[in-house]
Design a protein around this ligand. Structure first.
Ligand code: MIC
Ligand code: SF4
Length: 652
């Protein structure tokens, strides 16, 4: 369907917006769904917890400067400085940015996606980011994709980014949202319908009259959490709302109009009538377990957290301030507020609205990810926590027994005031918020690279260890099934977040001790003892984050192949990049015939599409699929992408 009809040698005018931007950036391939394409990347972004590896990888290529229109390095995740380790990472990131021509955003400046949207995002460009919520910039009309650090490092080096051409799902929004229902409810409605795997290898392209009422920050909330459907990215047109946002940011000159052609053909269409959307909430422990707030009303709440890259914009915090004004939060609730950026905080402060938040009894945290990834504010045992965030996987808050619900800022405030889950419509009149025509803009915590002043020595703390090297793929891989898992295993399950583990992101030998820590506390010792082996998974293995550590650390422990029913997109690319063979069951029933402890063998000499897996324990064999492009097979054979790219740059 995406093949353009040619009329007199001319392409027809029925393109979706995503197709238009992809066509402009197409380096290789054709726009045929499920076929590999190569894209040129304009902007890259990294954040600190994936960034240290990304820059170590970039350094290994041995090229003098980044080759993008703009590359940015943000520090927003590991900002708790309990000892030297995170601070050392920050100084490494700052030095490496100065050396290679990367814009650096200092710790405390804000969350990467919010900052990029405010200050740098431009309609019509491509962005690749080493964070799975990079699609946030789709809210302004960019094709913005999350990827593993190595893919981002390669894009910084000017390399083409490869991905499967996604199907384009048109999401038609009609009408306008009722009071107390906001962008978060729209994406929760989409998640309810699509589930956490319904968006895999799709782009969600929004259109319809409903867009007229949604500002860029609201669109960004929706685009951000499209990630939770597994989508490659989400995109909105660039229209008068986009122009107004850029004007308020003092960047109206970056605006261009962008939209799909009138008769654009989508592969499928999802329709949402905004006036019918009601306040929604995602129940523990998955973002797609969506129910109406009214269905869970009355549940007592211990903690409420507002913030994260999903809901920390000026619009969101203004609503929170207006709803909290003159009110006091429940004695039994701890309410935390993490503004998305210093700009948000400064504007709230300039307008006096910050006082309304502070007076209600809220705890103001740093402008960073914070509790979203378990960096502080872990709730108490068995707590119920309502969060405006995008993920509620078990244990991600830092407390295994906590129950995390995801909701809009409006629903979060109602819970904070009443101490229980409440329909926010109880709060009375829906306040009309006022976003000034020109907001206060502040560049003080960005460091722009100077073309003249080449930075000196790069500081590397003792926790920053060299990247491990891996040999080419063996002709046969064999070993034990180290772990058998169910569906939707997230990268948080594979390698947890939280301040203790995340401080080890630059140290693969150390962080690998935490692989599968909460699913099998002895996993790393077992893997070492058995000299590596296999993992068996269900559907959507590796959903969630872009952290390549979830591939690299298991590889370091000797994991050779994952056999799953299906894979999440970014994790699949990360497995290939680090030389772990990603196999799928041809007959899903075969999943039932393999058990933990079984000894398996696969001949990997010719990486054909179908391979035979021998189970020596059961004395059986069955077919598994290796559905990869030739390029991906080459990377696997070479022992991963780093080895392959290094070889390319040293040849030049
Ligand atoms: C997340 O939300 O899970 C993270 C932490 O931002 C990750 C990146 C990481 O693990 O460092 C992501 O979304 O990619
Ligand atoms: Fe940070 Fe949370 Fe957004 Fe990840 S999802 S980038 S941890 S705020």
């Amino acid at each position: 369907m995406l093949e353009y009809l040619k009329v007199n040698g001319e392409k027809n005018l029925n393109k979706t917006l995503a197709e238009k931007i992809i066509t402009k950036h197409l380096a290789e391939g054709k726009l045929e769904p499920c076929k590999e394409i190569g894209l040129q990347i304009d902007h890259t972004l990294t954040q600190d917890s994936t960034g240290t590896l990304t820059y170590l990888e970039f350094e290994a290529f041995g090229i003098p400067q980044v080759r993008t229109k703009m590359s940015l390095s943000f520090v927003d995740h590991n900002i708790l400085q309990n000892d030297f380790r995170n601070a050392d990472d920050h100084s490494y990131l700052q030095d490496v940015a100065a050396s290679y021509g990367v814009v650096f955003s200092k710790p405390g400046n804000g969350i990467c996606h919010q900052l990029h949207l405010e200050r740098f995002a431009k309609p019509g460009l491509t962005l690749l980011g080493s964070d799975s919520h990079t699609p946030t910039a789709g809210g302004i009309g960019m094709i913005a994709i999350g990827a593993g650090g190595l893919d981002v490092a390669a894009a910084m080096a000017g390399e083409t980014f490869y991905l499967q051409m996604p199907k384009i799902m048109g999401v038609k929004l009609n009408g306008a949202l009722p009071p107390f229902v906001s962008a978060k409810d729209v994406i929760l409605e989409v998640l309810k319908r699509l589930t956490v795997k319904g968006g895999i290898n799709k782009i969600l392209e929004y259109f319809g009259s409903g867009l007229e009422t949604l500002s860029v920050p609201e669109r960004a909330t929706i685009a951000n959490m499209g990630t939770e459907t597994g989508a490659t990215t989400s995109i909105f047109p660039s229209d008068k709302m986009t122009k107004a946002f850029l004007r308020s940011q003092g960047r109206e000159n970056h605006w261009i109009e962008l939209k799909a052609d009138n008769h654009a053909v989508y592969d499928e269409i999802l329709e949402v009538n905004l006036e019918e959307v009601e306040p929604l909430v995602a129940l523990p422990h998955s973002p797609d377990k969506v129910k109406a707030v009214t269905e869970v009303e009355g549940k007592s709440v211990d903690q409420v957290c507002v913030g994260s890259c999903t809901n920390s914009s000026l619009r969101d915090l203004k609503i929170v301030a207006a709803l909290l004004k003159g009110k006091k939060i429940s004695d039994n609730v701890s309410l935390t507020i993490s503004p998305g950026s210093r700009q948000v905080l400064e504007n709230l402060s300039a307008s006096g609205e910050l006082v309304d938040i502070i007076r209600s009894g809220a705890r103001i945290l740093e402008n960073a990810c914070g509790p979203c990834i378990g960096i502080g504010q872990a709730p108490q045992t068995d707590a119920v926590s309502i969060r405006t965030f995008n993920r509620n996987f078990k244990g991600r808050s830092g407390t295994q027994s906590a129950e995390v619900y995801l909701a809009s800022p409006e629903t979060a405030v109602a819970a904070a005031i009443y101490g229980e889950i409440k329909d926010p419509r109880i709060l009375g009149n829906y306040p009309k918020i006022n976003i000034p025509e020109k907001i206060v803009v502040d560049y003080n915590m960005f460091i722009f690279p100077s073309p003249k002043k080449h930075a000196g020595k790069i500081r590397r703390g003792p926790n920053i260890k060299p990247l491990p090297n891996f040999p080419p793929l063996a002709q046969k891989i064999n070993g034990t099934v180290l772990l058998k898992l169910g569906d939707n295993i997230s990268t948080d399950d594979i390698l947890p977040g939280g301040s203790a583990v995340m401080a080890l992101r630059s140290n693969i030998p150390e962080i690998s001790k935490h692989v599968f820590r909460f699913l099998d506390p002895n996993f790393s010792e077992k893997a070492r003892e058995k000299n590596g082996g296999f993992i068996v998974g269900g559907q959507n293995y590796g959903q969630g984050s872009s952290r390549e550590h979830a591939a690299l650390a298991p590889k370091y422990l000797g994991v050779k192949a994952i056999i799953a029913k299906s894979f999440a997109r970014i994790h699949l690319a990360n497995l290939i990049n680090f030389g772990i063979v990603p196999l799928t069951f041809v007959d899903k029933q075969d999943y039932n015939s393999v058990n933990q402890g079984d000894v398996l063998e696969i001949d990997t000499e010719n990486l054909d599409q179908y391979l035979i897996l021998k189970n020596f324990t059961k004395d059986t064999e069955f077919k598994v699929e290796l559905d990869l492009s030739d390029r991906e097979k080459y990377l696997l054979k070479a022992g991963g992408k780093l080895a392959a790219i290094k070889a390319k740059f040293t040849r030049k």
